[in-house]
Design a protein around this ligand. Structure first.
Ligand code: NAD
Length: 247
């Protein structure tokens, strides 16, 4: 059996599926993964050096501008066939979607209740209180970054989780619970270098789940996978759904 049919057969047999996605699932929508960003106008900065609380303290304008560039990319992008296939998968089987992505393409494709481990790029929060800052305030108080309405020392910052910051506890709890309850786990488009997200497939496997990775490149999770689909997600996922009846 080829890998697509093998994937389809497991998905069809599954009762509960956990899907973990990373930046790679949005690559076919034209949104740079951290690796692709090395080809962009931001190539001389390492994302790991911009997406941190220290970077924001050191140079808030630089970090704000980088996120403005990323927000522009996301606003111009559309969900792709892989995002849409996961909506269809959730119609066919009980599926929990956990994403490391901060773009909103899963939601715009129609996924409801996606668990966003790393926050949301399009949200803006106060750097001190973490309270949300609304669009009207931002429009009336331009700046790089604007100041915060919530605290005298606060600045506006993107509502994402930076390297070194804690993940939202409720999101992590829900993701861990889903990992212990699923019988199939998929890791799609993630380099599996960022924990705790990268630990979810292993947790699921320790609870008996079958694990498939969908990624054109190998990752640290590849040796542990029960099936490796070394193809772009936008090809592999629709193909697996199309093969459903034959599987
Ligand atoms: P990553 O950039 O480290 O890795 C991307 C992975 O996707 C790579 O392994 C690559 O081989 C794979 N890939 C590339 N094209 C693919 C395709 N068409 N189909 C399937 N896989 C493909 O991303 P990561 O693992 O998500 O982790 C890095 C961090 O980057 C996360 O914390 C995330 O929040 C952040 N990030 C998010 C976005 C976004 O929201 N779209 C973009 C860049 C970075």
């Amino acid at each position: 059996m080829d890998t697509i049919h093998a994937l389809a057969a497991q998905l069809r047999r599954a009762r509960r599926i956990l899907v973990l996605t990373g930046a790679g699932i949005s690559a076919e929508s034209g949104i740079a993964t951290f690796r692709d960003a090395q080809d962009s106008l931001w190539a001389r900065f390492r994302p790991e050096d911009l997406a941190t609380p220290e970077a924001f303290r050191r140079d808030p304008a630089l970090v704000w501008r980088w996120y403005a560039w990323r927000r522009g990319q996301v606003a111009a992008a559309q969900p792709n066939a892989a995002h849409r296939a996961l909506v269809e998968l959730a119609r066919r089987r009980d599926t929990v979607l956990v994403t490391q992505n901060v773009d909103d393409l899963h939601q715009r494709a129609g996924s409801v209740d996606a668990i966003c481990l790393h926050g949301a790029l399009m949200r803006t929060i106060c750097s001190v209180t973490r309270l949300e800052i609304d669009a009207d305030w931002l429009a009336a108080n331009p700046g790089e970054p604007p100041r915060s309405p919530h605290h005298a020392d606060g600045l506006a910052r993107p509502g994402v989780v930076w390297f070194g910051e804690n993940l939202p506890a409720d999101a992590l709890d829900r993701a861990n619970a889903a990992a212990t309850q699923c019988d199939v786990v998929l890791a799609i488009g993630t380099s599996a270098l960022v924990y705790p997200a990268a630990g979810l497939p292993g947790l699921a496997q320790r609870h008996g789940a079958w694990f498939a990775e969908i990624n054109p490149q190998p990752t640290p999770l590849t040796p542990a996978a029960d099936l490796v689909v070394a193809q772009p997600a936008g090809l592999a996922l629709p193909a697996a759904l199309a093969a459903w009846e034959e599987a």
